[in-house]
Design a protein around this ligand. Structure first.
Ligand code: SF4
Length: 236
């Protein structure tokens, strides 16, 4: 494991308004194909980060709750040991990485992911001509037949790390952010180095509202959630 970095994210559910700016930012940054109504109906939408919506209470006292959900970058990732060609593996900085050219499309990893955070390219995606110049040149366009997912905008991380290394230093807290974090208007998403005791994420994961999704499965996610505060000061 890297001595300097272990990347993680904190999602403050209390701050999320469900605006979906993070979803759009992720799709544009990572050249994710546009999901149509038909792709949702066929249960094949492509969203590396999605907003799960829940309803609480009974009409008319009903409230919508939002839960941003992305790859949890599990420390003990169920997707990794089932890949027959090692296309998904754990890197030294705690990320669950996907090697696109190695993937042969068995989809074992997606079937083993309890968070439904992996997406298979069932078709060769086409972008409308008007969007041709919007594709991000720093990110590959994945062809049909392979699996893809969030890796905390690893291309941004690598670029910033190269620059920091050239300057003989480690990355500073907040110096690099995934597109979703950068875009969130309410700062519900915070990204950083869990190995840095002074980073914002390191202090936020100590918050008494913290929890991890499905942690009883032993997946050891690197994404930590902070519970919503409901009237009366309770966290739910
Ligand atoms: S951009 Fe922020 S507030 Fe909007 S849905 Fe995403 S996490 Fe929630």
């Amino acid at each position: 494991m890297s001595e300097e970095y272990k990347w993680g994210m904190v999602v403050d559910v209390d701050r999320c308004t469900g605006c979906q700016a993070c979803v759009v930012a992720c799709q544009v940054e990572n050249n994710a194909p546009l999901s149509s109504e038909e792709s949702f109906q066929r249960r094949r939408p492509m969203q590396w980060i999605r907003i799960e919506r829940y309803w609480e209470g009974e009409y008319p006292h009903i409230k919508a709750r939002f839960l941003p959900l992305l790859c949890q970058q599990c420390g003990n990732a169920p997707c990794e040991p089932v890949c027959p060609v090692y296309a998904t593996y754990h890197n030294r900085e705690g990320l669950n990485v996907q090697i696109y050219p190695r993937c042969i499309g068995t989809r074992f990893c997606a079937n083993n992911c309890p968070y439904n955070a992996r997406f298979f390219n069932w078709v060769e995606h086409q972008w409308p001509p008007v969007m041709a110049n919007y594709l991000n040149p720093h990110v590959t366009v994945r062809p049909r037949g392979i699996m893809e997912k969030c890796t905390f905008c690893i291309h941004r991380l690598h670029r910033a790390q190269r620059q920091a290394k050239g300057e003989g230093r480690v990355l500073r807290d907040g110096e690099v952010q995934p597109a979703c974090v950068q875009t969130c208007p309410t700062n519900a998403l915070v990204f950083g180095n869990l190995k840095d005791p002074n980073s914002r994420v390191s202090s936020m994961v100590q918050d008494e509202r913290h929890y991890r999704l499905l942690e009883e499965l032993g997946t050891e996610p690197s994404v930590v959630y902070l519970k919503k505060v409901v009237p009366g000061g309770r966290a739910s």
